[in-house]
Write a protein that binds this ligand. Structure first.
Ligand SMILES: *[C@@H]1O[C@H](CO)[C@@H](O)[C@H](O)[C@H]1NC(C)=O
Length: 400
């Protein structure tokens, strides 16, 4: 059927696009890991970590006998005249109580470092901190990143595991760094730092964790975020073409079954990451993920319980199948955005996903309009037609 070619080729193009997108390695910006970083002042450090939030990095040297710690902290403030901060918290895990180094443009216009004993979200006041600062300096890069260098003398000898907190903010007013944003990435910018077990050299815990988070992201974006909705679009619109029957049914089933397989793998990696992240629980992301898994599993088993197409209960099965199916699509897309907020990859990945979803949505809109034209034309022609009956249709075609 000639009329079937434009939407079919659109779909093919979309699938090709998705396939190509899935081949791009995750988060290339993260490939610039700390082990490859160097500084203009040529300082070198024994250890470094890619911090799990806010695209930031920590390099350090620790002299246990002297209790001196040299750090280089790199992050990018959200606005050019913002600030970056790295802090140790000797008494707690979060911001309150942290002993912070903050780098920003000082009154004389040059970048400098000040120290703050942070007790609350009240405006900051420069103060003495838990450690002595022997020297400090700041370097900025053309990309907007700021690196804060400091050599600290820690007061408690023998204490080698410490909580640290880092942060970026968009503005400074009257020599005072102003509040940062309260996005998940800002609130999650904290962790435990083992000064003797930094990640030196090639593969490291920090890197492999980041890698696993990226794998989790890619698997779930491909399955829940892209393939499930694509499978729904195929089922809804391909069937309008008699020539695509029963091919649409097999396409739909194989698309959804493969995305279920990928989705289960993604769900498994999520459970693993969740069980390792003791200090932070992303409850909304986790609960949506569990719901998705349950719903999709129901869909797969419902396939086996499907009444024959002319069975009087088939209509109820269809309502159920469509209801759960659309919920999976909507929740899947929502959870992709939740996950992107947590992982905070380079912004281009979020943009790319928005484009893919917009293209899919556009295809659905065009197909919806096209479908109605076809259906109305067939009705007009007086043919008894049931190849498209909208949302709660009876699946009266010859699908198995
Ligand atoms: C930081 O402030 C708190 C609360 O005012 C105070 O108890 C603590 O001793 C201060 N720490 C330092 C290192 O000055």
């Amino acid at each position: 059927m000639a009329a079937s070619s434009p939407p079919l080729s659109l779909l093919t193009a979309l699938l090709l696009l998705l396939f190509t997108a899935s081949l791009i390695p995750p988060s290339q910006s993260q490939a610039a890991t700390c082990t490859k970083q160097s500084f203009n002042n040529n300082k070198r450090y024994t250890f470094c970590n890619d911090l799990p939030s806010l695209n930031s990095y920590l390099h350090w040297d620790f002299n246990e006998a002297q209790s001196t710690l040299s750090v280089a902290f790199t992050a990018t403030p959200p606005k050019p005249d913002g600030w970056v901060s790295w802090a140790l918290n000797p008494t707690a895990t979060g911001m309150a109580g942290s002993q912070a180094l903050v780098a920003f443009k000082q009154a004389d216009g040059a970048l400098g470092v000040k120290t703050y004993n942070i007790t609350s979200y009240a405006p900051l006041k420069e103060s003495e901190v838990w450690f002595d600062v022997e020297d400090s300096s700041v370097e900025s890069s053309s990309g907007g990143a700021i690196t804060l260098f400091a050599t600290l003398v820690l007061p408690e000898k023998g204490r080698t595991v410490l909580n640290h907190v880092w942060q970026v903010g968009g503005s400074v007013s009257g020599g005072v760094p102003l509040k940062h944003e309260f996005q998940p990435a800002n609130l999650n910018a904290k962790g435990s730092l083992d000064l003797l077990k930094g990640h030196s050299g090639g593969s490291t815990d920090g890197n492999s964790k980041l890698k696993r988070r990226n794998i989790h992201g890619v698997l779930n974006v491909v399955s829940w975020g892209i393939m499930f909705p694509t499978g729904i679009v195929m089922a809804r619109y391909l069937r309008v073409f008699p020539s695509a029957d029963p091919a649409w049914f097999y396409l739909h089933v194989s698309c959804q079954v493969s995305s279920y397989a990928i989705g289960v793998a993604g769900f498994g990696t999520g459970l693993k990451l969740g069980s390792e992240s003791k200090s932070i629980t992303y409850s909304v992301h986790r609960n949506i993920g569990i719901t998705l898994f349950v719903f999709a599993t129901l869909q797969v088993f419902a396939l086996l319980l499907r009444p024959a197409k002319d069975h009087k209960y088939r209509i109820y099965w269809n309502v159920y199948h469509h209801g759960v199916g659309y919920s999976v699509a909507v929740l899947g897309i929502i959870n992709v955005f939740k996950g992107l907020d947590i992982l905070q990859p380079d912004p281009k990945w979020k943009r790319a996903y928005i484009i893919v979803i917009a293209v899919l949505g556009g295809i659905a809109l065009v197909s919806e309009a096209f479908t109605w034209v076809v259906v109305l034309k067939r009705r007009k022609a007086g043919k008894s037609d049931n190849s498209y009956e909208g949302y709660n249709d009876g699946h009266t075609r010859q699908e198995p």
